[in-house]
Write a protein that binds this ligand. Structure first.
Ligand SMILES: Nc1ncnc2c1ncn2[C@@H]1O[C@H](COP(=O)(O)OP(=O)(O)OP(=O)(O)O)[C@@H](O)[C@H]1O
Length: 620
């Protein structure tokens, strides 16, 4: 088709010149909702020198009428001259080829900052086909952001913590070290094991960006020599310097990997095909989520069944949960940037990008703030939590059956200004230290009160379904570049597995997998009945002179080792232990206590959910 288009370029240009714009057609003409929480824009990159040299010409033209673009395709006909097929799309803001990144910063990124400042979540993500300018735009925006973040106000009133990470398939990496993306009991996404650095200056931030860029997986594609083969995410957490005012604000800048059309895959190796397939799967789940929120408008009310949005189906959409979760209660603002390659050879991919941009444009979904309920501690105000402490503990003293009540812990010392969610998020040792400042209160009393508050919280999340323990999501046919994936069934934090994949977890073994083992016999101090939970270590975590739990020196080749012994294959893996924590059903990951385990001792795969408040994990 490319040869045909290039051979007919003069006819194409003369047809485009004669084109008379009309109002956008029916399906593409829906009025764009004035949505306050999702802003959509497109950026058309300039046509590049090598594209001009190969005879390519632009196919997309912004109209003077704001937010509308015309896309022209040359249509092959069986007899006679090719004709022009034109479509108009209304897509919110349009940034043309001559528009500097600074204008995008002012219009898209800067407006997200006030809500992040007030404890909300701001997200800007760029999507589009490979070579359409996503990395160029996001790296430019990150540099402009560095100027703003360190100009005074932000750093005097907030502490900034930055994590830079990549998602490849369903795995997450920070500086090539794998980590897990889990959902906590507040329904928030947590990056478990990813490094978060405190950043105090522009130069530190820029250095971190450079560093992350050097780690990013890239490869040549048909359309881009330095194509990003993973989704790159910069997450900035703005923590309050003064306690108790608001939650930490979060800002995400996301540069998605580019989709590749089936016809561009011809020269790919098997590994590259697998990688492209994984990218396309995560992007098609993202598109499912976009379709899901586009199918509803208005406010999702409490108790009302929202649209089905499969955001738990990929790590990418788990990270973007706050954008897509209809039961979300955090103030979330999102800017979506569709990047466009203007060449007339790429009109099918461009049309697809524009369709999704338009779909999001017509979407208005507002999430309601959490309504106060005495049964939901995370919805409690400071006033309510203080009266709860007084009443509950007083009641416990009267009944004398609770060790949490005598003497009554001072509410003004335990929760001077915290809301229920903020009090739950205080680490256990800090919570106990605050309780002990009331004269006569004992440590066991403080722990009992903490456990009581947490029990109430966990019960409330179970009742509302937040935390999503063990329910099963099903997605139907997901189209990917002409193919489709079979329906997928999975449990929240586990691997994405295709239905019909009959492999057991032992055939899918990978670093970072969490398994339950009957390995107690190898482990000193444990009873022979005890089951251990452990995380399979990646090869590169074994340092020099490391000893395992038995005191033996760890040979790095133990990791993912496979040996033949008297005709039987032994596969032995170095694992980090997950040990029981202080509270019931709570666990700690003890990376430095390691054990070498035979595959035959592993019984099942389990998943861990991190609880940032107690710093413990729960096993699902
Ligand atoms: N606004 C722009 N002005 C000038 N050059 C641009 C612009 N946008 C992109 N480019 C150039 O186009 C090429 C492809 O851009 P980029 O790598 O950002 O694409 P991408 O969408 O991130 O691709 P992939 O998905 O394959 O990673 C690069 O050479 C880049 O310098």
């Amino acid at each position: 088709m490319e040869q045909y288009l290039l051979a007919n370029v003069s006819r194409y240009q003369s047809l485009v010149q004669r084109f008379q714009p009309q109002r956008p057609t029916t399906t593409e003409n829906k009025d764009v909702a004035d949505c306050s929480n999702i802003v959509v824009a497109i950026r058309i990159r300039p046509i590049l020198d090598h594209e001009i040299l190969s005879g390519q010409v632009p196919a997309i033209f912004p109209r003077s009428e704001s937010g509308v673009v015309d896309l022209h395709e040359l249509k092959r006909v069986i007899r006679g001259q090719p004709t022009l097929n034109s479509s108009a799309f209304r897509v919110g803001n349009v940034f043309g080829a001559d528009c500097p990144t600074k204008t995008l910063y002012t219009n898209l990124l800067q407006p997200l900052l006030p809500s992040v400042w007030e404890g909300g979540v701001g997200t800007l993500f760029a999507f589009g086909q490979t070579g359409s300018g996503k990395t160029h735009t996001i790296s430019g925006l990150e540099r402009l952001l560095a100027e703003t973040l360190f100009d005074g106000a932000w750093t005097t009133q907030r502490k900034l913590y930055v994590s830079m990470f990549e998602l490849a398939g369903n795995s997450a990496y920070a500086s090539r070290a794998p980590f897990s993306i889990l959902e906590d009991s507040f329904g928030n996404t947590q990056l478990v094991g990813a490094q978060e650095l405190s950043i105090k200056s522009k130069s530190e931030f820029l250095e971190l960006i450079e560093n992350a860029t050097s780690f990013r997986q890239t490869a040549g594609t048909e359309k881009n020599d330095g194509s990003s083969r993973s989704h790159a995410i910069c997450r900035i957490r703005a923590a309050n310097v003064s306690p108790g005012i608001s939650e930490d604000g979060i800002l995400y800048l996301i540069d998605l990997a580019g989709s590749e059309a089936a016809r561009d895959l011809a020269n790919h190796s098997a590994d590259r095909l697998k990688e492209t397939r994984e990218i396309n799967i995560s992007l098609s789940i993202l598109k499912d989520c976009i379709r899901g929120i586009a199918s509803t408008t208005g406010t999702v009310k409490k108790g009302q069944k929202g649209p089905y949005i499969p955001f738990r189906q990929s790590t990418l959409t788990k990270v973007l949960k706050h954008v897509f979760d209809p039961s979300g209660i955090r103030n979330s603002k999102t800017a979506v940037l569709a990047c466009i390659n203007p060449s007339f050879l790429d009109t099918p991919a461009t049309k697809n990008t524009l369709r999704y941009a338009h779909m999001l444009c017509s979407t208005e979904i507002k999430y309601q703030a959490a309504e106060h309920s005495p049964a939901i501690p995370k919805s409690w105000s400071n006033k309510f939590i203080r009266s709860y402490i007084t009443k509950e503990l007083h009641q416990a003293v009267i009944l004398t059956c609770e060790k949490s009540g005598n003497p009554v812990i001072s509410p003004s010392i335990l929760a001077p200004h915290e809301s229920g969610a903020q009090l739950l998020a205080i680490p256990l040792n800090k919570f106990i230290a605050r309780c002990l400042r009331t004269k006569g209160v004992t440590e066991s009393q403080a722990k009992a009160f903490h456990a009581k508050l947490w029990r109430l919280h966990i019960d409330s999340t179970r009742a509302s379904g937040v935390g999503h323990k063990g329910e099963i999501d099903t997605i139907e046919q997901v189209p990917i570049s002409g193919e489709s994936v079979l329906s997928v069934t999975r449990i929240s934090t586990r691997d994405l597995m295709s239905e019909g994949d009959l492999r057991t977890f032992k055939d899918r073994i990978r670093p970072g997998m969490v398994v339950r083992c009957n390995a107690a016999a190898n482990f000193p101090g444990s009873s022979s009945q005890e089951k251990l939970v452990m995380i399979l270590c990646p090869q590169n975590v074994v340092g020099k002179n490391m000893k395992d739990a038995l005191g033996n020196e760890v040979n790095p080749s133990y990791c993912l080792e496979k040996t033949e012994l008297t005709g039987i294959t032994h596969q032995r893996y170095l694992c980090a232990l997950v040990l029981s924590g202080g509270l019931a059903d709570s666990y700690e990951v003890s990376i430095w206590r390691q054990i070498v385990v035979d595959l035959s001792s592993m019984e099942t795969e389990v998943s861990l959910e991190y609880d940032p408040a107690t710093r413990y994990y729960h096993i699902c």
